[in-house]
Structure formats: C-alpha cells, structure tokens
Write a protein that binds this ligand. Structure first.
Ligand SMILES: Cc1cc2nc3c(=O)[nH]c(=O)nc-3n(C[C@H](O)[C@H](O)[C@H](O)COP(=O)(O)O)c2cc1C
Length: 185
C-alpha cells in the first residue's frame, strides 16, 4: 500500500488548514495510507516511511519557514542520500496574493530536490481560475472554493503518482482515468 506524508509548518493555522485539505485529497485515492504531521512533532522516520510527501510551509520572506528549514538541516541531514526517488510536492500560505507564495513553494521543492525527491506540479485547473502548477497556494486561510480545491487536487495527484510509481497501479494514472480534468477554460 502506498504511503503519503503531509508534513507542514504553521504558526497561525492557515497552512495547517491547507494540510488537512491536501490529506483529504490524498484520501480520495483508495488503498493509500496517509499521515499528517506538524513539523514540531515530525521525525525522520515519518519521511523515511513515506513514498510521497506533500511539504507545506507559511511563506516567510518569500521562502519556507525557519522551522521547516531546520527540520531538513538538522533532523533530515543524517538521512541525505537515503531518501532518493520519493515523490514530492509543495503548498504554502502567504499574507497576500503576490507575497511570494509560489517562491516559497519553489524553495520547498528545492529542498526536496536536494534530497533526491522527484518533484511535480499539477497541470489541471482546480477551478476555472485556479491551478496548482507549482504547488497549492493561498492568501491566509484556504477560504475560497478554488484554493480548497487546489489543495485537494494536489493531495489527490500525489496519491495517484504514489499508486502508479510505487505500487504499479497503472489504472491510477490520471491520463488513464475517466475523472473529469479541467484545463484552462
Ligand atoms: C516571519 C514572517 C514572514 C512572513 N513573510 C511573508 C511574505 O514574505 N509574504 C507574505 O505574503 N506573507 C508573509 N508572512 C505572512 C504569512 O505568510 C501568512 O500570515 C500565512 O498565512 C501564515 O501561515 P500560518 O497561519 O500557517 O502560519 C510572513 C509572516 C511571518 C511571521
């Protein structure tokens, strides 16, 4: 059974709400086990356990938070070169649109790439005007239908890739499924 970890930092609860939605989306794919962990409680074993990781952080100066950086600097550093080939994606909440949310996603993906993760974006549109091409993003909490849908879609796609690439379940490949997929409309 494929294993998905949703690992996040959150100081005031906004990224935590996104994390719950990402986990919910991952849970829409059958036979995938899901763990939701806040960075303060997470251990290296959580990361070693998973096949796929959705990594979330509040946008801090356009980057991942210091706590999330410390987790990879200190907790995960001894495991560098031991987690190659896991699948990764990112999500972030910022104070406002244009505040660097996608830059923060890129910084999360950069960390994952350094550890050998295979990182991805989502081509589909979650709603007519919302995508998660570089990860799921929100300003503050995910209040709108579009930002909520983007979080769920990110988690769903992660679980699909885990099913396909880690469990050999080709039927879960998005191109082989009859689920409606939205492009720019
Ligand atoms: C130290 C610090 C740096 C921040 N930097 C940014 C930033 O660069 N851009 C932005 O839009 N918001 C910034 N914010 C606001 C947070 O990203 C925003 O409030 C976010 O929703 C917090 O998520 P959380 O509730 O998960 O902690 C910053 C907040 C803090 C505390």
């Amino acid at each position: 059974m494929g294993k998905v970890l949703v690992l996040y930092d959150s100081a005031s609860g906004n990224t935590a709400k996104m994390a719950t939605l990402v986990a919910e989306g991952a849970g829409s794919i059958p036979d995938v086990e899901i763990r939701l962990r806040k960075v303060d409680e997470a251990t290296a074993d959580d990361v070693l356990w998973c096949d796929g990781l959705a990594l979330g952080s509040p946008t801090n100066m356009g980057l991942l938070s210091w706590k999330m950086k410390r987790f990879w600097d200190e907790t995960m550093a001894p495991h560098w070169m031991k987690v190659d080939g896991k699948i990764g994606c990112a999500f972030s909440s910022s104070g406002g649109w244009g505040g660097g949310t996608e830059l923060a996603c890129q910084s999360l993906l950069t960390v994952l790439m350094n550890f050998g993760f295979l990182v991805f974006g989502v081509t589909d549109y979650a709603t007519k005007l919302t995508t998660a091409h570089y990860g799921a993003i929100t300003a503050r909490e995910p209040r709108e239908e579009g930002t909520q849908a983007a979080c769920r879609l990110l988690g769903k796609r992660l679980a699909e890739w885990v099913a396909v690439f880690c469990d050999g379940r080709k039927d879960q490949h998005p191109l082989n499924k009859s689920d409606a997929r939205l492009g720019p409309g």
